[in-house]
Write a protein that binds this ligand. Structure first.
Ligand code: ATP
Length: 307
């Protein structure tokens, strides 16, 4: 399949601050690609460059087969960009907001009216078309912001952390919408610092830290390559996990303990017999697959959320 986005060695500084050092990745047409990284990693900067809103200093960027430096305006007409901050007129209703944005994208008249009806259905807010934006929840505003970026039927949609600070219902709507856009062949670039979202939505991902891509590929590839296997043990309240000679110390996680190891079956067998010997009440004992959290920790020495 053809690439919708090709980025090679992208670099960008804000004054003396180097925001992007070396960003390279390719996104297949019709797929959902996740950009995962902590605050300040460079996700928004990368997305603004792709949306044609920001110049860059080094490297090359092709969007939908065209060089962004040569065909910026033609590319802009084919992509939708959902910025991180909500940009709507609070006093106007959804209909008027969408009319304004649609005209900005060059959609007019009967076609615009039809598209507004369709996108309001798509984001599940058709019944709120005439209510002022000021009366909407953060999640509903976000959905209208996404609707605005869809009016001109873009082939590529770039969403910058669209689920930050929103309610679960709006989040589910956004997820469903992304799935249905994908079914229609639209390419989605999605940034987040929630790895569960990447797991739920994305075909491939790039992990960005300090302006560089530090890992990329299909989720399972990245997990296999950089993640460590682990065994999870949960005991009755107040009970402590037995130490296992020859293994690392387990770390507290959730209601139990996680032991990272290259030999999870051996660790599981040792923990099972040690717990039995001590008559401990085992609630759960299982080999767990590596998570992006452990991948991130292994690659950067920090967790996604704390950084
Ligand atoms: N307009 C600007 N002027 C100066 N520095 C900036 C500007 N915008 C971003 N930066 C810096 O560039 C780096 C990358 O920021 P960017 O917003 O791209 O990261 P991000 O991964 O999107 O983070 P977040 O999740 O917080 O949006 C950060 O160090 C940030 O402080």
């Amino acid at each position: 399949m053809k690439p919708a986005i090709e980025i090679h060695g992208l670099g960008k500084s804000y004054g003396s601050k180097m925001a992007l050092k070396d960003i390279s990745f390719t996104v297949r047409e019709g797929s959902c690609f996740g950009l995962l990284g902590p605050n300040g990693a460079g996700k928004s900067t990368t997305m603004k460059i792709l949306a044609g809103l920001l110049e860059f200093d080094a490297g090359g960027v092709k969007v939908l087969g065209e060089d962004i430096r040569r065909s910026g305006d033609r590319i802009k007409a084919k992509l939708g960009y959902v910025p991180q901050s909500i940009t709507l007129y609070e006093k106007l209703n959804s209909l008027d907001n969408l009319t304004y944005f649609g005209e900005m994208y060059g959609v007019r008249g009967g076609e615009l009216k039809k598209r507004i009806r369709e996108v309001l259905e798509q984001v599940g807010l058709a019944d709120r078309a005439k209510d002022p934006i000021a009366s909407f929840s953060g999640g509903m505003k976000r959905r209208i912001n996404i609707a605005a970026a869809l009016l001109h039927k873009p082939k590529l949609i770039i969403m910058d952390e669209p689920t930050v600070g929103i309610d679960p219902q709006s989040r589910n709507h956004i997820f469903e919408m992304i799935r249905s856009l994908k079914r229609e062949g639209v390419t989605v670039l999605y940034s987040t610092h929630y790895m569960e979202e990447v797991e739920a939505l994305c075909d491939r991902l790039a992990i960005i830290d300090h302006g560089s891509v530090i890992a990329q590929g299909e989720l399972n590839e990245v997990l296999d390559r950089f993640g460590s296997q682990a065994v999870y043990l949960e005991l009755a309240e107040g009970e402590r996990p037995p130490a296992l000679p020859g293994f690392d110390e387990p770390a507290a996680q959730g209601r139990g303990w996680l032991l990272e190891t290259a030999a999870p079956l051996d660790a599981l067998a040792c923990w099972a017999s040690a717990c039995k010997e001590r008559s401990l009440n085992v609630k759960r004992l299982e080999v767990v697959r590596p998570s992006l959290e452990t991948v991130f920790l292994a690659l950067t020495g920090t967790t996604l959320r704390d950084s």
